[in-house]
Design a binder for this molecule. Sequence first.
Ligand code: FAD
Ligand code: UDP
Length: 389
Amino acid sequence: MSYDVIIAGAGFAGSTAARVLADAGKKVLILEKRNHIGGNAYDWMDENDVLRHEYGPHIFHTNSEKAIEFLSRFTDWYTYEHRVLGYIKGKLVPIPFNLTSIEKLFDEDKAEHLKQVLIASYGADHKIPILELRQNWDPEIRELADFIYENVFQYYTMKQWGLQVEEIDPAVTGRVPVLISYDDRYFQDSFQQMPSDGYTKLFERMLDHENIEVQLNVDIMDRMTVNPEEGTVYFDNEPFAGTVIYTGLLDHLLGYQLGDLPYRSLDFDVETKEGNFQPVATVNYPTPAETHPYTRITEYKKFMKNPPIMKTTIAVEYPMAYDRQGEKGNVPYYPIFNEASQKQYDAYADLVRKIPNIVPLGRLAEYKYFNMDAIVEHAIDVAEGLLGK
Ligand code: FAD
Ligand code: UDP
C-alpha cells in the first residue's frame, strides 16, 4: 500500500488528524513507538476492575463545540465534575482555593472579613491568577495572597517543576486561579464529561477506518531520515513526497543537533488498597518535599461511572527530571517553559520548516501545554488545512 500521509504518534494529535484525513479519502499510516494507541490518555482495566489512566489522571472538560462534535462520533459520555482537595495545614480544603477554603482555614470572623474584602475588590464569581492577586494594592488582600502562594503554589510548583513559581511561564499557575466563589470544581468549562468506555476505546473507534493502518512498537526515526539542508524526507530508504505529521519531540526528529529540549517527567507509584482511599479522585499535597515528596494522589475509580466496591487503585505522583535514557523519568510529560527553552525550541522549529512536507503537531512537537480538547480542535484545523479546507 502506498500512503498519502505518514503520522508519528497515535495520541490525540496524531489520531485526530489521521481520522480527518482518512475521512477525506487519504491513505494514512500511523507509526506509534509504544505498544498501544491513545498517547498519554491511554487507559486500561486493571486487576482491581479499575480503569487505570496509565500516564496520570485525564479528565475531559471543554467549551469547544468542535471537539465535542468530533469526539462524540466515537464515544458516549457520562458526567464527571472533577473536584480536588489540597492538604493544607493538616486539613483537606478545596483547590482551586475558594471561599470555602478560606472558611476552613481561618476562624469565623477573620474568614467572613476576608471574603467581604475579596468580593468588594473583585466581585463575586471572579477568577484571579495567584500572581495577579499578589499585586493587589490592599495589604490585607496581599497578606491572604501570600498565604495562598505559600500554601498552595510555592512548594507544589517547586516539586512539580523543580523551579520557583516566578521561573515558569505565569500561564502555568494561571491554570489554577483563586476563585471568589463557592464553586469547588477544578474546571469551570460547560462540558465536563468522560468517555463512557474510556479513552482507549474511543481511540480504537477513531482509528477503525479502511484508510488507516496502525503499526505499534515503531519509532518513526528507525524508518525515516530527514535532511533540513536539502529539505528532504526518506522513508524506508525511498524519497517520500507525501505529508509526515510528526507528534513526537523535535530534538529527536533532528538527532539532538541543537541539544536536548528540557522536559519534566513523572514517576507513578501505583498501589492497591481496600475499599476507598480518599474523599475525592485527586488530593494535592502543596506541602514541602520534606513532608510529602509527591505532588498528588489520584484514586482512579472515583472517575468511573460504576466503580468496583472492594478494591481501589491509587497512583502517587512523583515529579522528576526527564532523562530520555533513564530507567525512570524517560517519558517527556511536560515541556518546561522559559525563555531559554523557547529559544531552543524555536531554533529546532526553524530547521523543521526547511522540510516542507513535515508538519509538527501536538503537545510534544509544538512544545505547548495543550489540553485534550485543545489538541483535538487544533489537529482538526491542521488536517483540514492540509486538505485545503
Ligand atoms: P501524546 O498523548 O503524548 O501522544 C504522542 C504520541 O506520539 C505518544 O503515544 C508517543 O509514544 C508517540 N511518539 C512520540 N515520538 C514518536 C516517534 N518518534 N515515533 C512514533 N511515535 C512517537 N489534558 C486534559 O484535557 N485533561 C487532563 O486532565 C489532562 N491531564 C494530564 C495529566 C498529565 C500528567 C499530563 C502529562 C497531561 C495531561 N493532559 C490533560 C494533557 C493531555 O495528555 C494532552 O493534551 C494529550 O496527550 C496531547 O496529545 P498528543 O497527541 O499531542 O501527545
Ligand atoms: N499548582 C500548584 N498547586 C496546586 C495545583 C497546581 O502550585 O495545588 C500549579 C503548579 O505549578 C502546576 C500548575 O499550577 O504545575 C498547573 O496545575 P494543573 O493542575 O493544571 O497541572 P496538570 O494537571 O497539568 O499537571
